[in-house]
Design a protein around this ligand. Structure first.
Ligand SMILES: Cc1cc2nc3c(=O)[nH]c(=O)nc-3n(C[C@H](O)[C@H](O)[C@H](O)COP(=O)(O)OP(=O)(O)OC[C@H]3O[C@@H](n4cnc5c(N)ncnc54)[C@H](O)[C@@H]3O)c2cc1C
Ligand code: FES
Length: 269
């Protein structure tokens, strides 16, 4: 397990990459080394004394040669709006790396990645890891409208893309999971493959059903609302499937996850 640390870092770059969506680039030797896809960081929102809790973000990518770490985020509320207005050179306090990460079976030949919206965030680092291991990457990526797509050129240099939009402005017109079934139908029985999933809850629920139907292993990164990020506040409970009907048990997304075997989780609304 990687030790977490509170790091003072500086913002090296900020870029607007899609509608309301930004990439922050920080310089940190510690955070750009020895981290894995699925792990996350908690970033303190600067100059906002009333926003107490740091905000959690997946590690989007790293550039260890230059000590850089990238976070991709959607400006959705107060904290993320402030982060979208950071200026290059500004100091930022980051806690990380936090949580566990995706695992690759040693015989894995093909990673079938399913991302909905900002659920794409952890998969750039995964692309780097898959390339290093020579594992093929199929990327099923759905968004509301084409101006929400992020980093398609960067993914396309390694992954095979299967794109969808809810409004039909690019790729398949409909939800991303519609494209998954025909793909799985035509897969060779012998290929060693696994699903890797991140996105909104309705999408996760559908992929869980599909994974069960096709008997294919699936790992999911959940984005439950969090506070402390390291198991102290019990604010990020995720219901787990329990063999005894009516009995409830919970994982903590920050400490036990955020990556889980998909069949272990109950996806509540
Ligand atoms: C492990 C993990 C990894 C994440 N990775 C990313 C990422 O890479 N990129 C990214 O853009 N976002 C990511 N998120 C979600 C991100 O943390 C929230 O969008 C962010 O904290 C919102 O902060 P805010 O102050 O702007 O919103 P607030 O003002 O606090 O809330 C605004 C709205 O956002 C909703 N919201 C708050 N937290 C979350 C959450 N965790 N998930 C979904 N909606 C939320 C609130 O319910 C509310 O409707 C991740 C969350 C977790 C737990
Ligand atoms: S966020 Fe505090 S226990 Fe998970």
């Amino acid at each position: 397990m990687t030790l977490k640390r509170l790091c003072r870092s500086t913002l090296e770059n900020i870029s607007h990459v899609a509608r309301n969506t930004y990439v922050l680039t920080f310089r940190s030797h510690f955070l750009s080394h020895g981290v894995s896809a699925g792990q996350f960081l908690e970033i303190k929102v600067p100059q906002c004394s009333d926003i107490l809790w740091r905000r959690p973000f997946s590690i989007h990518n790293i550039d260890p040669e230059n000590d850089l770490v990238h976070v991709l985020f959607h400006a959705i509320g107060r904290g993320t709006t402030v982060l979208s207005m950071l200026e290059i050179g500004e100091g930022v306090e980051i806690l990380g790396p936090l949580g566990n990460h995706f695992h690759y079976d040693e015989h894995l030949e093909e990673a079938i990645v399913v991302a909905g919206g900002l659920g794409i965030a952890p998969f750039m680092l995964m692309k780097r890891e898959l390339r290093q291991r020579d594992i093929k990457m199929q990327l099923f990526y759905g968004v509301n409208s084409s101006d929400h797509f992020c980093a398609l050129d960067q993914f396309a240099d390694y992954a095979t893309l299967h794109l969808s939009t809810d409004d039909g402005s690019r790729g398949y017109h409909g939800v991303v999971t519609d494209m998954l079934i025909p793909y799985l139908e035509n897969l060779s029985e012998n290929a060693s493959k696994s699903l890797f999933v991140c996105g909104p809850t309705p999408m996760l629920r559908t992929v869980q059903t599909i994974a069960q139907q096709y008997n294919i292993a699936a790992q999911v990164s959940v984005e439950t609302i969090m506070a402390c990020g390291f198991g102290a506040c019990v604010g990020c409970a995720v219901p787990m499937k329990h063999p005894v009907p009516g009995k409830k048990e919970y994982y903590l997304a920050c400490k036990d996850g955020p990556v889980f075997h998909m069949h272990e989780i109950v996806f509540d609304d």
